[in-house]
Design a protein around this ligand. Structure first.
Ligand code: SF4
Ligand code: SF4
Ligand code: FES
Length: 246
């Protein structure tokens, strides 16, 4: 017979008048290869239909199931209960707006940050629908695809000390997205123009460089390299400005 797992789950419905944030305890028998996705669905089906949490793909692709698992942000569908102690504590991701229990709204946050970082190709070229697809060097295309693997789960932002302190901080995910456009030869922005977007404490200079973001990223994105790359690039741009003014 498998373990009996104790779950302690954050409960709060901000839409329900008078509801009070609290932790609720459940117990479940562990089955082979049980993930938190399976466990939470069983808890909802068998014990408490009011439990709120998000899932979509069950395969580590949509990013919807991110939550704080025993103190660490991670994907519930990719977390096996056998790798956790017999007492599992679940909280919703901090930083994002709480919808209810373990469900948060990451979409509004990502949209706001992508607008703020102008996450689209900036070019003066006029779009020609009849033109052939532009060729790109294979190595550059691979670099871009590597950074595009972000599933917008929000784990990196939830683990980030700066994002917890200030809600205008762009966070590793949005800065990683800026790096994706910096390496893209189709984007014609200059370093000075990127500086206008991320050269502040809301952007790259707010990053304390302790790299909790990379530690928790479920897709293993090279956030450390990208943050270092942007910090160097924006630092050099600032120095050039200072010397120009002298
Ligand atoms: S390295 Fe920067 S972005 Fe990453 S967690 Fe630390 S402060 Fe946040
Ligand atoms: S960078 Fe990683 S942790 Fe952050 S949102 Fe993207 S996939 Fe999630
Ligand atoms: S349900 Fe899609 S990443 Fe977990």
């Amino acid at each position: 017979m498998g373990r009996q797992i104790k779950f302690e789950i954050f409960r709060y419905n901000p839409q329900k008048k008078g509801d009070i944030p609290r932790m609720q305890t459940y117990s479940l028998d562990e089955t082979p290869n049980m993930t938190l996705f399976i466990a939470l669905n069983r808890l909802r089906e068998e014990q408490d239909p009011s439990l709120v949490f998000d899932f979509c793909c069950r395969a580590g692709i949509c990013g919807a199931c991110a939550m704080v698992i025993n103190g660490r942000p991670g994907l519930a569908c990719q977390t096996k209960t056998k790798d956790q102690p017999g007492h599992i504590i679940l909280h919703p991701l901090p930083v994002y707006k709480l919808i209810g229990d373990l469900s948060v709204d990451t979409g509004v946050w990502f949209r706001t940050m992508y607008e703020k970082t102008e996450s689209w190709i900036h070019t003066r070229k006029v779009f020609d629908p009849t033109a052939e697809e532009e060729r790109m060097d294979n190595a550059i295309a691979e670099d871009i695809y590597e950074l595009e693997r972000c599933i917008e789960c929000g784990c990196c932002v939830s683990a980030c000390g700066t994002a917890r302190l200030r809600d205008d901080f762009m966070g590793a995910a949005a800065l990683n997205r800026v790096a994706r456009f910096v390496v893209d030869p189709r984007d014609e922005r200059t370093d000075r123009e990127y500086y206008e977007v991320i050269g502040s404490d809301e952007g790259i200079f707010g990053c304390m460089g302790l790299l909790a973001c990379e530690d928790v990223c479920p897709k293993g994105l090279p956030l450390q390299n990208q943050l270092g790359f942007l910090r160097r690039k924006m630092g050099i741009t600032a120095l050039k400005d200072i010397f120009k003014k002298k």
